[in-house]
Design a protein around this ligand. Structure first.
Ligand code: NAD
Ligand code: MG
Length: 394
């Protein structure tokens, strides 16, 4: 049976890698939905190649341009736009699988809609889970959805944990620790006193991975590893004390699970997101990802070290936020999105990102977050506070 796939955020780094995998497996998959925020040219090309039933372009001026271009080519793809278009498309198209690859909080509502529709969800959009972990996971459970982690570390952990049978659930039987690896980013060894002068261009130049700008900056501050710590707590229902962060600059081991008997299971591979994407697409089967095999004869030494919490204060903040619980992870995520944007626009310094995040966590009172409305409210409030803190530092 051919599976119908919807890709939320198809023009981004994960979206494009997903289409690369679909291209080499065209006999198994068809594309039902492609979406973008504003990149007309990229979405147009994708629509011509993959002929989805629906294309969502969130920005309406761009949606009009896309519509005209598609009409001029006699395309059958319907273009939707507006605030609810992403959620409507997820609800109404009969998709088998939804790839959640929008960056940031903007991905939450359509991802949640996919959970409520009981879809198979391939989750790259970690911010959605960080904001609303309890709510998203409970919707997945309630509606018998399948949530599979695309994030390479979580995918590696998923592959290394005992399988709990079906629906992508895992067991923690015999598990001692989860070892979440991270490269340490481009500034692992940069003298700390030089970090305040880092430019957006330097921060976006990751040594191993080619990714969108926001996650690249997050990797440079190691906020990404902090968000991933929170992501892992929700995905695998573990406390942060069960997770050790291990810095591994070569990004060959994508994470590990340590067992009570002393065994450690790991997943290894090239730093190419097509591998976890292909793994989750075909799970529990295996398909060709179009990735070269790992060549052990060509590999440099694999090294491992402890994370440096002084150099990377965002890691400490994420640990504190998940331990505080309630709205704290949502607040930290919102603050960080605002701070990263301000940094990319040249309004604050690289080192201000952590300062803004900490200041927002200090100014906002942590509350219990048991509804989606509450999550969205906390998110907005934290963003407003973060904007003020950024202005104070400009
Ligand atoms: P990206 O910036 O390359 O792409 C983002 C996509 O989201 C684009 O298609 C864009 O059009 C869409 N988008 C942006 N803002 C939007 C909005 N307001 N409304 C609707 N759509 C919007 O990002 P990316 O690197 O592909 O990352 C996507 C997600 O996957 C992030 O959550 C990231 O943390 C996660 N992730 C990425 C990688 C990677 O290698 N790139 C690895 C692991 C996890
Ligand atoms: Mg990752």
């Amino acid at each position: 049976m051919v599976e119908k796939i919807g890709i939320l955020g198809s023009t981004g780094s994960i979206g494009c890698s997903t289409l690369d995998v679909l291209r080499v497996n065209a006999d198994r998959y068809q594309v039902g939905l492609l979406t973008a925020n504003s990149n007309v040219e990229a979405l147009f090309k994708q629509c011509i190649e993959f002929s989805p039933e629906v294309a969502v372009m969130v920005e309406d001026n761009e949606a009009r341009k896309l519509q005209e271009l598609l009409e001029s080519r006699g395309s059958n793809t319907r273009v939707l736009t507006g605030k609810n278009a992403l959620v409507d498309a997820v609800k109404t198209l009969e998709l088998d699988t939804v790839v959640a690859a929008i960056v940031g909080a903007a991905g939450l509502l359509p991802t949640l809609a996919a959970a409520r529709e009981g879809k198979k969800i391939l989750l790259a959009n970690k911010e959605a889970l960080v904001m609303s972990g309890d709510i998203l996971m409970s919707e997945v459970d309630k509606n018998d959805a399948v949530l599979l982690p695309v994030d390479s570390e979580h995918n590696a952990i998923f592959q290394s944990l005992p399988d709990a049978g079906e629906k992508g659930r895992v067991s923690l039987e015999g598990v001692n620790k989860i070892l979440l690896t991270g490269s340490g980013g481009p500034f692992r060894t940069t003298p700390v006193h030089q970090l305040h002068q880092v430019t957006p261009e330097q921060a976006c130049a990751h040594p191993n991975w080619d990714m969108g700008k926001k996650i690249s900056v997050d990797s440079a501050t190691m906020m990404n590893k902090g968000l991933e710590l929170i992501e892992a707590c929700y995905l695998f229902a573990v406390s942060p004390d069960m997770i050790d962060i291990v810095v591994h600059p070569q990004s060959v081991v994508h994470s590990m699970v340590s067992y009570l008997d002393g065994s450690v299971l790991a997943q290894l591979g090239r730093p190419d997101m097509k591998t976890p994407i292909a793994h989750t697409l075909a799970w529990p089967e295996r398909i060709n990802a179009g990735v070269e095999p790992l060549d052990f004869y060509q590999m440099s030494d694999l090294t491992f070290e402890a994370p440096n919490y002084q150099r990377f204060p965002c890691l400490r903040l994420a640990n504190e936020a998940i331990k505080a619980g309630g709205s704290a992870p949502c607040v930290l995520n919102a603050a960080n999105e605002v701070a990263v944007e301000a940094f990319l626009e040249g309004r604050i310094r690289f080192t201000d990102i952590a300062v803004v995040n900490e200041e927002v966590l200090n100014r906002v009172t942590v509350t219990h977050c048991d509804s989606l409305e509450k999550v969205l409210e906390e998110d907005l409030m934290a963003r407003a506070t973060a904007s003020r803190v950024c202005q104070e530092r400009e």
